[in-house]
Design a protein around this ligand. Structure first.
Ligand code: ADP
Length: 403
């Protein structure tokens, strides 16, 4: 059985046709600038790449191209399900859910919690339902893995009514990636996941760390929204909650403008005054660019703090996993991070660390170190797996009855 995996962003659509059992990808692609004149779609199949102009087209046009490509490959009948990445499932979803009208409505109810992400996810779901009316569709949530957080980790110290009436609590994100790499790390370590206390660091444009105990998330650095926690590409991560009021008073910026700046004009981009791209920052820092050096230093400092905080959640740490574009490729960030964590028992194997780049994962800790490893994430495969699994199970337990 092949599964079509869809990841829709505000103006993009990523897709892949994957065998859930093996992870083999038959077809994949990315549509960008959807809705704009310059909209285009890249399709990779059998080692060949084509690019199509979409001429202002949106999700529906992108989906039609996916369908045409499946027909050209004679594969339309082989695709048995569609798995959608959905960013925010609130407290409602602790597992993937088959997309019934009720589930779609519940995802709509979570729009207030993720105004940038959930509407795009819904648009992708609706386009896929039109394009593939006969296929079961499943929502796989970025927040679901973290629904196992204990109350001590998910509650904020704020008035209770904010929590009970408005859902103000910590949710955590990147759950698809954190759960995938925790499973892979257990395989690499040759130990059952159920026995392991792992810290997973997903470091990409968005970054978060998670404490995974026995395969269950027990704390994570992102909170109510994906803005909390680590320094990211263009997101600030943690700031003083008093910042909004202060800035509004002294600068006249509105709450919306401040929030937009914290999401899109902060993080590595703001600190460096150069770029949000870690690879470019490392190159600039090596050339002596002060802003780039400071941005990387603060990124690492806050990451190490985040990892140490996850150690508190776990009590005992059995391993640290790096993943995401930065985690999988930046030997510099990994080395600098472990250098700040000797008290947790981490010591770097420099040669192994330098070798673990461009898809080459594996252990990077010295022989006397607590295990530290690089694991390549594969969120598309995880979505395909969860989609297949929930359909086999019937998915009846996936939706919690109450908020
Ligand atoms: P997203 O969160 O958008 O999926 P990715 O996981 O692809 O992003 O991560 C993107 C980040 O990974 C960028 O900051 C990029 O510079 C960084 N990255 C990719 N390759 C390297 C590299 N060789 N060295 C340092 N950083 C890298």
């Amino acid at each position: 059985m092949w599964t079509l995996v869809l990841n829709s962003g505000s103006s993009s659509l990523k897709f892949a046709v994957i065998d859930p059992a093996s992870g083999e990808t038959r077809l994949s692609g990315l549509a960008e600038r959807l809705g704009a004149e310059a909209a285009s779609m890249r399709i990779d199949s059998g080692g060949a790449r084509q690019t199509h102009a979409l001429n202002g087209g949106s999700y529906a046009e992108a989906m039609r191209l996916v369908l045409a490509e499946l027909d050209a490959l004679g594969m339309r009948q082989d695709v048995r399900a569609v798995g959608h990445r959905v960013v925010h499932g609130g407290s409602r979803f602790s597992a993937p859910a088959p997309l019934t009208p009720e589930v779609l409505e519940a995802i709509r109810e979570c729009v207030a919690l993720a105004p940038l992400h959930n509407p795009a996810n819904i648009a992708g779901i609706e386009a896929a339902m039109t394009a593939f009316p006969g296929l079961p569709q499943v929502a796989v949530f970025d927040t679901a893995f973290h629904q196992t957080l204990p109350e001590v980790a998910y509650r904020y110290a704020v008035p209770e009514a904010w929590y009970t009436q408005h859902g103000v609590r910590r949710y955590g994100f990147h759950g698809i990636s954190h759960s995938f790499v925790a499973g892979e790390a257990a395989r690499v370590l040759g130990r059952p996941l159920a026995e392991l206390n792992l810290i997973t660091a997903h470091l990409g444009n968005g970054s978060s760390v998670t404490a995974v105990s026995g395969g269950r998330s027990v704390d994570s650095s992102m909170g109510l929204t994906p803005l909390e926690g680590l320094v990211m590409g263009t997101r600030s991560g943690n700031v003083d909650p008093g910042l909004h009021d202060y800035l509004a008073r002294v600068s006249g910026l509105t709450l919306t403008q401040i929030t937009a700046a914290l999401n899109r004009e902060s993080g590595l981009l703001a600190l460096s005054g150069l770029t949000n791209d870690m690879r470019e920052l490392e190159e600039a820092a090596a050339r002596g660019h002060d802003g780039a050096r400071l941005a990387v230093e603060i990124f690492v400092y806050r990451l190490a703090q985040g990892i140490a905080a996850m150690a508190v959640a776990l009590g005992r740490v059995d391993g640290l996993v790096f993943t995401g574009g930065i985690g999988e490729n930046s030997a510099t960030v990994r080395a600098a991070t472990l250098a700040r964590l000797p008290f947790l028992g981490f010591r770097l194997d420099e040669a192994a660390n330098v070798a673990a780049v461009r898809g080459q994962g594996g252990p990077i800790g010295a022989s006397d170190s607590l295990p530290a490893l690089v694991v390549n994430t594969n969120e598309e495969w995880m979505i395909a797996r969860e989609t297949a699994e929930v359909l086999k199970l019937g998915g009846q337990d996936a939706v919690r009855g109450t908020q």
